[in-house]
Ligand binder design. Structure first.
Ligand SMILES: C[S@@+](CC[C@H](N)C(=O)[O-])C[C@H]1O[C@@H](n2cnc3c(N)ncnc32)[C@H](O)[C@@H]1O
Length: 196
């Protein structure tokens, strides 16, 4: 049922949805593998779709952690609202991740520990990707991570412009097989490097 709903949204809006099927549970596991759930206070997810990554985040999060979801597609958003209506400390936004800063201010969230992204950067307009990545980099705390997946490594240079360290892992048990990119900036160590 979820797959049919997802496929229909792909037919209506292929560039924005960016995949014909939702991600697998295997990919979801790899996306959250490096998240330190006990200490994370603020986690944001971009491009939630049917909630494959969200289910894992909710399963493992500290109940006090505030989770904010961004999904620009109205049909997906309505299902997410229904599906997670009993979850505390979960904010669901029906808007583009380009406006992340506006919502953090509105909900008084001072910084982000992790951003988990399902956004289809390979098919999004470059300007949209740049706005999202630039704001994300600034909002992540020092040592925070931006975690995304890609079906190829063609766009690595895009993430390279915003993050100093990118760890890449492969998940074959997904259709299509995907790369998980964990991107970090460590501003303190950058300053040290500059002083040397
Ligand atoms: C490739 S799907 C990934 C869905 C889900 N995370 C998964 O892995 O199955 C991309 C999702 O990003 C959403 N999306 C596209 N552009 C967006 C934007 N600018 N802001 C928020 N969501 C967006 C689409 O509607 C779609 O649900």
């Amino acid at each position: 049922m979820k797959s049919i709903k997802f496929f229909l949204q792909y037919i209506f809006s292929p560039r924005k949805v960016g995949a014909v099927l939702p991600s697998s549970g295997f990919l979801a596991d790899k996306m959250i593998e490096s998240v330190e759930f006990h200490s994370a206070r603020y986690i944001v997810e971009y491009g939630v779709g049917t909630g494959v990554f969200t289910d894992k985040i909710i399963q493992f999060r500290n109940p006090r952690t505030i989770v904010m979801l961004f999904e620009s597609n109205k049909v997906f958003y309505q299902s997410l609202k229904e599906r997670y209506k009993r979850e505390a400390n979960l904010i669901i936004i029906n808007d583009s991740a380009e406006n992340i800063d506006k919502y953090l201010e509105k909900y008084r969230i001072p910084y982000l520990d992790y951003v988990i992204s399902g956004l289809p950067f390979a098919s999004l307009p470059t300007e949209v990707s740049n706005v999202i990545l630039n704001k994300t980099r600034k909002l992540l705390k020092d040592g925070g991570s931006f975690i995304t997946f890609q079906y190829s490594l063609l766009k690595v240079s895009l993430f390279d412009q915003y993050f100093e360290h990118i760890d890449i892992q492969r998940e074959y048990r997904n259709f299509p097989p995907a790369f998980v990119l964990s991107c970090q900036n460590n501003r303190i160590s950058t300053q040290w490097k500059r002083c040397e």
